[in-house]
Ligand binder design. Structure first.
Ligand SMILES: C=C1C[C@]23C[C@H]1CC[C@H]2[C@]1(C)CCC[C@@](C)(C(=O)O)[C@H]1[C@@H]3C(=O)O
Ligand SMILES: O=C(O)CCC(=O)C(=O)O
Ligand SMILES: [Fe+2]
Length: 378
């Protein structure tokens, strides 16, 4: 019998890959040593289309101009944002005001949480139908095209009372000893909220609207904060950290580490987004596209997996209040601009992604077909 952990795990198909009930488990210490990965992690050829070797030419916006009252600089930034959002819904912001030490601490806590023993992480396992908690490759809800990642997800409400919401979540799901971790992410989410208001103000200006239009829309909204870890994979050409998709949410504020792997689909090509430690990626989601009556695009993106190195990212998904209606402001409508999407309630789309349709590159389209079919009167 050949020796070696990797060979041994392959010869005992379930060792370290499935639990005693035959359920798939994402044990990165086993998976990252495998010469050949389980078929459940394979993605279709069309999703694995080779990268173009080109970089996305997205604008790098000095969002700090929003605090200086320099209207000429704001107008210039708004024009850059408008052009990018009309084309692919993706830009990056610098001078964002988020303390770099806080970002560093957030990565330290991400690595601490996602390096815990599997049994500890499983204690906070995600309940299918919800977003919160720990997930290894979403094996709790999918059985094929499993993303090569593990995640830890929690919520942060924008209303003022949520001063310890994140801390309470970490203590209740992982234990009292995770209070410090909770405070780091409580502070991080608070910092994200300030960035959200700067970005939404610039987006409103870029659309020629009242500059507080979207800020008030998200003022009582909610963030879904996700910690992503993408372990290395020896067959990284067969799997993906995230398959091609648009986020069904409104805005995504993402910080990626130095490894790289995020790609955006533009002009029929996958273009890479080289990491910038001093910047936050901002990508629009389906809901924000609807809020602009389709003027701005929801960003199609995917995440490649590295052959040798683990990659991590801190992702903040911004949403309106769950019962809020998604309807573009009147200022964007007119006889020359008929409604592109019917009104919907944000939680209806969210629930659709968690119960009826796995998020992919056509979530929004299938959502409206589903709404239409389930409400023939429409
Ligand atoms: C509303 C959401 C669904 C997902 C988390 C948030 C916003 C992004 C979505 C997701 C990350 C897009 C890629 C596929 C997905 C299934 C995942 O890999 O996590 C999506 C999330 C989800 O449906 O759980
Ligand atoms: O981490 C990344 O590369 C992107 C993450 C992402 O697209 C998501 O979680 O929706
Ligand atoms: Fe995404």
């Amino acid at each position: 019998m050949a020796s070696g952990a990797a060979t041994l795990s392959q010869s005992l198909p379930s060792k370290g890959l499935k639990d005693e009930h035959g359920n798939i488990i994402f044990d990165k210490h086993v998976l990252q040593e495998l010469e050949h990965i389980p078929k459940e992690y394979y993605w279709p050829t069309q999703d694995l289309v080779a990268t173009s070797q080109e970089k996305l030419n997205e604008p790098l916006i000095d969002i700090g101009v929003m605090l200086k009252g320099d209207e000429a600089a704001i107008a210039n930034a708004a024009e850059l944002v408008r052009n990018a959002c009309m084309k692919h819904g993706f830009f990056q912001v610098i001078n964002h005001g988020v303390d770099q030490n806080l970002i560093t601490k957030a990565y330290e806590e991400l690595n601490y949480i996602l390096s815990l023993p599997l049994s500890k992480k499983e204690a906070a396992r995600n309940i299918p139908g919800t977003l919160e908690g720990y997930s290894g490759a979403h094996a709790e809800k999918y059985s094929a095209k499993l993303p090569w990642k593990e995640t830890f997800t929690f919520n942060y409400n924008h209303h003022e009372e949520s001063e310890s919401e994140v801390v309470d979540y970490f203590k209740s799901t992982l234990g009292e000893e995770f209070q410090q971790t909770g405070w780091v992410f409580q502070a991080y989410c608070k910092a994200m909220k300030q960035l959200v208001f700067m970005v939404t103000e610039l987006l409103a200006i870029s659309l020629g609207m009242d500059r507080l239009q979207y800020e008030s829309y998200f003022a009582d909204g909610q963030q879904t904060m996700r910690l992503n870890s993408y372990p290395p994979c020896k067959e990284n050409n067969l799997t993906l950290g995230n398959g091609p998709h648009t986020d069904p949410t409104s805005l995504t504020l993402l910080h990626q580490d130095h490894i790289g792997g995020l790609e955006v689909f533009v002009d029929n090509k996958w273009l890479s987004v080289p990491p910038r430690p001093d910047a936050f990626v901002i990508n629009l989601g389906d809901t924000f596209m609807a809020l602009t009556n389709g003027i701005y695009k929801s960003c199609m993106h995917r995440s490649l997996v590295n052959k040798e190195k683990e990659r991590t990212s801190l992702v903040c998904f911004v949403n309106p209040r769950k019962d809020n209606i998604v309807r573009p402001p009147e200022a964007l409508l007119g006889k020359d601009a008929p409604r592109k999407y019917p009104d919907f309630i944000w939680s209806d789309l969210l629930d659709y992604t968690q119960t009826n349709h796995r998020v992919d590159e056509s979530t929004f389209e299938s959502f409206f077909k589903w709404v239409g079919s389930s409400n023939p009167s429409n």
